[in-house]
Design a protein around this ligand. Structure first.
Ligand SMILES: Nc1ncnc2c1ncn2[C@@H]1O[C@H](COP(=O)(O)OP(=O)(O)OP(=O)(O)O)[C@@H](O)[C@H]1O
Ligand SMILES: [Mg+2]
Length: 247
Protein backbone atom coordinates (compact mmCIF):
# COMPACT_ATOMS: atom_id res chain seq x y z
CA UNK A 1 0.00 0.00 0.00
CA UNK A 2 1.39 3.39 -0.89
CA UNK A 3 -1.18 6.19 -0.90
CA UNK A 4 -4.42 6.01 1.04
CA UNK A 5 -7.13 8.66 0.87
CA UNK A 6 -10.03 8.46 3.29
CA UNK A 7 -13.18 10.60 3.32
CA UNK A 8 -11.32 13.55 1.85
CA UNK A 9 -13.12 16.84 1.21
CA UNK A 10 -12.02 20.11 -0.32
CA UNK A 11 -14.01 23.33 -0.68
CA UNK A 12 -12.73 26.51 -2.32
CA UNK A 13 -14.04 29.73 -0.83
CA UNK A 14 -14.55 32.20 -3.67
CA UNK A 15 -15.92 35.74 -3.50
CA UNK A 16 -19.29 34.52 -4.75
CA UNK A 17 -19.90 31.24 -2.94
CA UNK A 18 -18.20 28.17 -1.56
CA UNK A 19 -17.35 25.63 -4.23
CA UNK A 20 -17.09 21.96 -3.30
CA UNK A 21 -14.20 20.74 -5.45
CA UNK A 22 -13.90 17.26 -3.91
CA UNK A 23 -16.68 15.43 -2.13
CA UNK A 24 -15.79 12.48 0.10
CA UNK A 25 -12.92 10.93 -1.88
CA UNK A 26 -11.84 7.41 -0.92
CA UNK A 27 -8.98 5.82 -2.80
CA UNK A 28 -5.97 3.55 -2.40
CA UNK A 29 -3.05 3.53 -4.78
CA UNK A 30 -0.48 0.77 -4.51
CA UNK A 31 3.26 1.17 -4.83
CA UNK A 32 4.32 0.62 -8.43
CA UNK A 33 0.86 1.12 -9.90
CA UNK A 34 0.10 3.17 -13.01
CA UNK A 35 -3.24 4.81 -12.31
CA UNK A 36 -5.16 7.32 -14.41
CA UNK A 37 -7.60 9.86 -13.02
CA UNK A 38 -10.14 10.51 -15.76
CA UNK A 39 -13.04 12.92 -15.85
CA UNK A 40 -14.52 16.06 -17.44
CA UNK A 41 -13.14 19.58 -17.02
CA UNK A 42 -13.80 20.97 -13.56
CA UNK A 43 -14.36 17.62 -11.77
CA UNK A 44 -11.41 18.22 -9.45
CA UNK A 45 -8.62 16.18 -11.06
CA UNK A 46 -5.94 18.85 -10.66
CA UNK A 47 -7.11 19.63 -7.13
CA UNK A 48 -6.88 15.95 -6.14
CA UNK A 49 -3.43 15.57 -7.72
CA UNK A 50 -2.18 18.74 -5.99
CA UNK A 51 -3.42 17.43 -2.64
CA UNK A 52 -1.61 14.11 -3.28
CA UNK A 53 1.49 16.14 -4.17
CA UNK A 54 1.29 18.10 -0.91
CA UNK A 55 0.81 21.34 -2.87
CA UNK A 56 -2.74 21.99 -1.69
CA UNK A 57 -4.39 21.57 1.70
CA UNK A 58 -7.59 19.61 2.20
CA UNK A 59 -10.40 20.48 4.60
CA UNK A 60 -11.24 17.15 6.17
CA UNK A 61 -10.44 13.48 5.83
CA UNK A 62 -7.07 11.80 5.56
CA UNK A 63 -4.31 11.38 3.02
CA UNK A 64 -1.47 9.07 3.92
CA UNK A 65 1.68 7.92 2.16
CA UNK A 66 3.09 4.74 3.65
CA UNK A 67 0.96 5.51 6.68
CA UNK A 68 2.28 9.06 7.12
CA UNK A 69 0.11 12.15 6.48
CA UNK A 70 1.02 14.14 3.36
CA UNK A 71 1.30 17.79 4.38
CA UNK A 72 3.92 19.24 2.05
CA UNK A 73 5.76 18.57 -1.22
CA UNK A 74 8.49 15.93 -1.20
CA UNK A 75 11.59 15.26 -3.30
CA UNK A 76 10.20 11.76 -3.77
CA UNK A 77 7.13 13.06 -5.59
CA UNK A 78 7.82 14.50 -9.03
CA UNK A 79 5.15 16.75 -10.53
CA UNK A 80 4.41 17.57 -14.16
CA UNK A 81 2.03 20.52 -14.24
CA UNK A 82 -0.82 21.08 -16.68
CA UNK A 83 0.99 24.23 -17.88
CA UNK A 84 4.60 23.62 -18.80
CA UNK A 85 7.07 25.47 -16.66
CA UNK A 86 10.68 25.74 -17.74
CA UNK A 87 13.44 27.99 -16.44
CA UNK A 88 13.81 30.62 -19.19
CA UNK A 89 17.46 31.32 -18.33
CA UNK A 90 18.57 27.68 -18.75
CA UNK A 91 18.98 25.86 -22.05
CA UNK A 92 17.15 22.59 -22.77
CA UNK A 93 19.88 20.32 -21.42
CA UNK A 94 20.31 22.34 -18.23
CA UNK A 95 16.54 22.46 -17.71
CA UNK A 96 16.40 18.66 -17.94
CA UNK A 97 19.40 18.28 -15.61
CA UNK A 98 18.10 20.74 -13.01
CA UNK A 99 16.68 18.11 -10.62
CA UNK A 100 19.62 15.76 -11.08
CA UNK A 101 21.99 18.59 -10.15
CA UNK A 102 19.91 19.37 -7.05
CA UNK A 103 20.04 15.72 -6.03
CA UNK A 104 23.84 15.87 -6.32
CA UNK A 105 24.12 13.24 -9.07
CA UNK A 106 27.47 12.73 -10.74
CA UNK A 107 27.79 15.17 -13.66
CA UNK A 108 28.93 12.86 -16.46
CA UNK A 109 26.19 10.38 -15.62
CA UNK A 110 23.56 13.14 -15.44
CA UNK A 111 24.50 14.45 -18.88
CA UNK A 112 24.35 10.95 -20.35
CA UNK A 113 21.00 10.27 -18.73
CA UNK A 114 19.52 13.62 -19.81
CA UNK A 115 20.74 13.16 -23.40
CA UNK A 116 19.26 9.67 -23.60
CA UNK A 117 15.87 10.98 -22.57
CA UNK A 118 16.06 13.93 -24.99
CA UNK A 119 16.86 11.51 -27.79
CA UNK A 120 13.89 9.33 -26.91
CA UNK A 121 11.54 12.24 -27.60
CA UNK A 122 13.36 13.54 -30.68
CA UNK A 123 14.98 16.56 -29.03
CA UNK A 124 18.63 15.57 -29.35
CA UNK A 125 19.33 18.54 -31.64
CA UNK A 126 17.62 21.05 -29.34
CA UNK A 127 19.74 20.68 -26.20
CA UNK A 128 21.47 24.06 -26.57
CA UNK A 129 18.29 26.01 -27.32
CA UNK A 130 16.53 28.20 -24.74
CA UNK A 131 12.80 27.88 -23.92
CA UNK A 132 11.82 30.97 -25.95
CA UNK A 133 13.30 29.28 -29.03
CA UNK A 134 11.04 26.22 -28.72
CA UNK A 135 7.51 25.51 -29.92
CA UNK A 136 4.82 24.81 -27.31
CA UNK A 137 5.01 21.05 -27.93
CA UNK A 138 8.80 21.06 -27.63
CA UNK A 139 8.61 22.95 -24.33
CA UNK A 140 6.12 20.46 -23.01
CA UNK A 141 8.35 17.54 -24.00
CA UNK A 142 11.29 19.14 -22.16
CA UNK A 143 9.11 19.68 -19.07
CA UNK A 144 8.01 16.03 -19.17
CA UNK A 145 11.55 14.74 -19.65
CA UNK A 146 12.72 16.91 -16.76
CA UNK A 147 10.42 15.03 -14.41
CA UNK A 148 11.02 11.56 -15.89
CA UNK A 149 14.77 11.87 -15.65
CA UNK A 150 14.64 12.28 -11.87
CA UNK A 151 14.53 9.06 -9.93
CA UNK A 152 11.55 9.98 -7.76
CA UNK A 153 9.46 7.14 -6.32
CA UNK A 154 6.18 8.73 -7.36
CA UNK A 155 5.31 10.72 -10.47
CA UNK A 156 2.25 12.94 -10.49
CA UNK A 157 1.35 14.03 -14.00
CA UNK A 158 -1.41 16.52 -14.83
CA UNK A 159 -2.54 16.15 -18.46
CA UNK A 160 1.10 16.31 -19.54
CA UNK A 161 0.53 15.20 -23.12
CA UNK A 162 -2.66 17.10 -23.97
CA UNK A 163 -0.88 19.92 -25.83
CA UNK A 164 1.13 17.55 -28.04
CA UNK A 165 0.33 16.36 -31.55
CA UNK A 166 -0.90 12.78 -31.83
CA UNK A 167 2.41 11.36 -32.97
CA UNK A 168 4.35 12.84 -30.06
CA UNK A 169 1.57 11.99 -27.64
CA UNK A 170 1.67 8.33 -28.63
CA UNK A 171 5.47 8.30 -28.55
CA UNK A 172 5.55 9.72 -25.02
CA UNK A 173 2.82 7.37 -23.83
CA UNK A 174 4.99 4.45 -24.94
CA UNK A 175 8.07 6.02 -23.36
CA UNK A 176 6.17 6.46 -20.09
CA UNK A 177 5.16 2.78 -20.08
CA UNK A 178 8.77 1.82 -20.72
CA UNK A 179 10.03 3.94 -17.83
CA UNK A 180 7.29 2.71 -15.54
CA UNK A 181 8.11 -0.95 -16.29
CA UNK A 182 11.83 -0.43 -15.88
CA UNK A 183 11.89 1.68 -12.74
CA UNK A 184 8.81 0.36 -10.93
CA UNK A 185 7.61 3.82 -10.00
CA UNK A 186 4.12 4.74 -8.89
CA UNK A 187 2.55 6.94 -11.55
CA UNK A 188 -0.66 8.92 -11.06
CA UNK A 189 -1.64 10.39 -14.40
CA UNK A 190 -4.50 12.86 -14.88
CA UNK A 191 -6.23 13.01 -18.24
CA UNK A 192 -9.61 13.82 -19.77
CA UNK A 193 -8.84 11.57 -22.75
CA UNK A 194 -10.48 8.11 -22.62
CA UNK A 195 -8.09 6.73 -25.26
CA UNK A 196 -5.07 7.82 -23.23
CA UNK A 197 -6.37 6.32 -19.97
CA UNK A 198 -7.25 3.05 -21.73
CA UNK A 199 -3.78 2.85 -23.23
CA UNK A 200 -1.84 3.70 -20.06
CA UNK A 201 -3.55 2.58 -16.90
CA UNK A 202 -4.26 -0.65 -15.09
CA UNK A 203 -6.81 1.13 -12.93
CA UNK A 204 -8.79 4.16 -13.98
CA UNK A 205 -10.36 6.45 -11.40
CA UNK A 206 -13.48 7.77 -13.09
CA UNK A 207 -14.62 11.12 -11.72
CA UNK A 208 -17.79 13.16 -12.08
CA UNK A 209 -18.46 16.80 -11.29
CA UNK A 210 -20.75 19.16 -9.34
CA UNK A 211 -19.37 18.38 -6.86
CA UNK A 212 -16.20 16.49 -7.82
CA UNK A 213 -16.49 12.84 -6.79
CA UNK A 214 -15.32 9.36 -7.74
CA UNK A 215 -17.92 7.58 -9.87
CA UNK A 216 -16.14 4.27 -10.13
CA UNK A 217 -12.71 2.69 -10.05
CA UNK A 218 -12.40 0.76 -13.29
CA UNK A 219 -10.05 -2.23 -13.63
CA UNK A 220 -8.46 -2.17 -17.06
CA UNK A 221 -7.81 -5.82 -17.89
CA UNK A 222 -6.20 -5.22 -21.30
CA UNK A 223 -2.88 -7.04 -21.67
CA UNK A 224 0.28 -5.22 -22.80
CA UNK A 225 1.46 -4.19 -25.31
CA UNK A 226 -1.89 -2.58 -26.04
CA UNK A 227 -3.15 -2.10 -29.56
CA UNK A 228 -5.53 0.79 -30.16
CA UNK A 229 -7.07 -0.88 -33.18
CA UNK A 230 -7.95 -4.11 -31.32
CA UNK A 231 -11.56 -4.94 -30.58
CA UNK A 232 -10.83 -5.33 -26.85
CA UNK A 233 -9.40 -1.81 -26.72
CA UNK A 234 -12.50 -0.28 -28.27
CA UNK A 235 -14.70 -2.39 -26.04
CA UNK A 236 -12.99 -1.09 -22.86
CA UNK A 237 -13.19 2.49 -24.17
CA UNK A 238 -16.91 2.15 -24.75
CA UNK A 239 -17.46 0.74 -21.27
CA UNK A 240 -15.63 3.73 -19.77
CA UNK A 241 -17.58 6.23 -21.86
CA UNK A 242 -20.84 4.61 -20.70
CA UNK A 243 -19.86 5.00 -17.04
CA UNK A 244 -18.77 8.63 -17.53
CA UNK A 245 -21.99 9.51 -19.40
CA UNK A 246 -24.18 7.81 -16.83
CA UNK A 247 -25.26 10.57 -14.45
N1 LIG B 1 -7.65 28.03 -6.40
C1 LIG B 1 -8.96 27.90 -6.66
N2 LIG B 1 -9.87 28.77 -6.17
C2 LIG B 1 -11.18 28.61 -6.40
N3 LIG B 1 -11.71 27.60 -7.10
C3 LIG B 1 -10.87 26.70 -7.61
C4 LIG B 1 -9.44 26.79 -7.44
N4 LIG B 1 -8.86 25.74 -8.07
C5 LIG B 1 -9.85 25.04 -8.62
N5 LIG B 1 -11.06 25.60 -8.35
C6 LIG B 1 -12.37 25.07 -8.76
O1 LIG B 1 -12.45 23.73 -8.37
C7 LIG B 1 -13.07 22.93 -9.38
C8 LIG B 1 -12.12 21.83 -9.79
O2 LIG B 1 -11.01 22.40 -10.46
P1 LIG B 1 -9.81 21.53 -11.03
O3 LIG B 1 -8.81 22.46 -11.59
O4 LIG B 1 -9.37 20.58 -9.97
O5 LIG B 1 -10.56 20.70 -12.20
P2 LIG B 1 -9.96 19.74 -13.32
O6 LIG B 1 -10.75 18.47 -13.25
O7 LIG B 1 -8.50 19.65 -13.18
O8 LIG B 1 -10.37 20.50 -14.68
P3 LIG B 1 -9.56 20.57 -16.10
O9 LIG B 1 -9.79 19.26 -16.78
O10 LIG B 1 -10.24 21.69 -16.81
O11 LIG B 1 -8.12 20.85 -15.80
C9 LIG B 1 -13.43 23.89 -10.51
O12 LIG B 1 -14.79 24.22 -10.39
C10 LIG B 1 -12.56 25.09 -10.27
O13 LIG B 1 -13.19 26.28 -10.68
MG1 LIG C 1 -6.91 20.25 -14.37
Amino acid sequence: MSIKIKNLNKTFKTHEKDLIALDNINLEINTGELVCILGPSGCGKTTLLRIIGGLEEHDSGEILEEGVAITKPSRERGFVFQQYSLFPWLNVLDNVMFGLNLAGSQKEESIKRAKNYLKAVGLEDAEKLYPHELSGGMKQRVAIIRSLVNKTKTLLMDEPFSALDMQNRHKLQEELIRIWKKAGRTIIFVTHDVDEATFLADRIILMGKNPGHIKQVFDNTLTRPRKRESEDFLDIQNKIIDILDNK
